[in-house]
Design a protein around this ligand. Sequence first.
Ligand SMILES: Nc1ncnc2c1ncn2[C@@H]1O[C@H](COP(=O)(O)OP(=O)(O)O)[C@@H](O)[C@H]1O
Ligand SMILES: [Mg+2]
Length: 252
Amino acid sequence: MSDILLEIQNLELRYGAAVAVRDISLKVKRGQLVAVIGNNGAGKSSMVRGATGLVRPSGGKVFFRGEDTTTLRADRKAARGLVMVPEGRLLFPDQTVEDNLILGAYLRGGLKSEGSRATLDRVLELFPRLRERMQQQAGSLSGGEQQMLAIARGLMGQPELLVIDEVSLGLAPKIVDQLMKVLAALNQEGLTILLVEQLASYALAIADYGFVVANGRIAHEGSSTALSHNPDVIEAFLGKKKSTPVPTKPKE
Ligand SMILES: Nc1ncnc2c1ncn2[C@@H]1O[C@H](COP(=O)(O)OP(=O)(O)O)[C@@H](O)[C@H]1O
Ligand SMILES: [Mg+2]
């Protein structure tokens, strides 16, 4: 069995004439938690859409578990264990929490299969709030609960690699902290995670390895410790915002 779960080689992705991903190569090893950080518009979401099959890349290759999956549709990749929690969550707001979870298990035989029922138990153990709200409409949940549901729905697909695009979007720091702890715990249990996140400090705090995307390319990569000490990364993503110097009033 290959040590490398996902390998993206020289990915290029366009929307019409606009190039969103110019040349991205990265590897995710089995068992790792890998962070992808970068500013808004850098090409992170496009990269994961290309990797998971939601958008067909215009160049490069995507291997999953050693298989060339470049042109496979997203559902075929999900059936192989490559599952994405999309940016903005994309829940079914009018459906109940339970129905959203069942939809996540669609490719695993719904709740009829033993595997899905065991996964549901585990998921509700991780997110007890969802158990309390099983019959509520997903749209009535708080932002944090919706993100929990989006992650839980992804887990119902029994992923080998879970790709999560922007956990923190619109959430209070305390909630982001809680969700990051859950992701770290899932990784400790053996789940491989590719975490795309604008809030670099949160992502690097739990990641083994990281990539910085800028202008559709990889600008830096390294262990999360190395990236956290890289002056360019600190300046762009980790450093405190430079405050505007307050003009001192001349003494009269
Ligand atoms: N559906 C789309 N159609 C056209 N351009 C898009 C689309 N999605 C993203 N882009 C453009 O692609 C570039 C990369 O965006 P995106 O992948 O969303 O970056 P990030 O996730 O890092 O914020 C941006 O210039 C963005 O405007
Ligand atoms: Mg994005």
